[in-house]
Design a protein around this ligand. Structure first.
Ligand SMILES: Cc1cc2nc3c(=O)[nH]c(=O)nc-3n(C[C@H](O)[C@H](O)[C@H](O)COP(=O)(O)O)c2cc1C
Length: 170
């Protein structure tokens, strides 16, 4: 089983990247990790953007994966724009794949923020969404450490269930 993790935060001190790294350390399979902080992508212009080397590489990595996990910052009650840009650049490559969602937000009120992202993946690309998100808030992570045991518990469950479903589907 091959899994691609895409960390979409452009913040050097990203908390969603910490969730992504935790999952990377706990999933027992072949894992690729793309961190958009180090992996420049053009904004989608529906034209020339598709010729960029990193866009071609992104599509290749997605196509080679059995499942894809997104680590998402929540901005303005939604996913951040670089995550949406990934879908605009390479959404079709996600077709029929298992998708997992890890989120980092400031507070708990935006817990439904990833749903429009998820809907578009289901409706446009027939993705299967793992029905267990991890949603962390500001107080759950300190420095590079996850300090809330409930978040660690959810991350562990997330890994077990992602692994299970990905194996069943492939
Ligand atoms: C422009 C901006 C908008 C934000 N909007 C929200 C929001 O709507 N809801 C929320 O809970 N947190 C919001 N936050 C807080 C971020 O979700 C929080 O800082 C989170 O850790 C970002 O993920 P990251 O650390 O991986 O970059 C916002 C932060 C920024 C910079």
């Amino acid at each position: 089983m091959k899994v691609l993790i895409i960390s979409t935060s452009l913040n050097k001190d990203s908390k969603s990247r910490i969730l992504a790294k935790y999952v990377k350390s706990r999933l027992d399979c072949d894992i690729e990790f793309i961190d958009l902080f180090h992996f420049d992508l053009p904004m989608c212009d529906a034209g020339k953007c598709y010729e960029f080397t990193n866009v071609i590489e992104l599509k290749k990595q997605i196509e080679n994966a059995d499942g894809v996990i997104f680590a998402l910052p929540i901005y303005n009650y939604n996913i951040n724009s670089s995550a949406k840009n990934v879908i605009e650049l390479a959404g079709k490559s996600l077709s029929e794949k298992l998708i997992g969602i890890l989120c980092s937000a400031g507070g708990s009120s935006s817990y439904m923020a990833p749903l429009s992202f998820v809907n578009s993946l289901m409706l446009d690309f027939r993705c299967i969404i793992l029905p267990r998100f991890v949603y962390s808030t500001y107080n759950d992570i300190s420095g590079s450490e996850i300090i809330n045991d409930q978040i660690i518990e959810r991350l562990e469950l997330f890994c077990t269930e992602f692994n299970y479903l990905c194996n069943k589907l492939n």
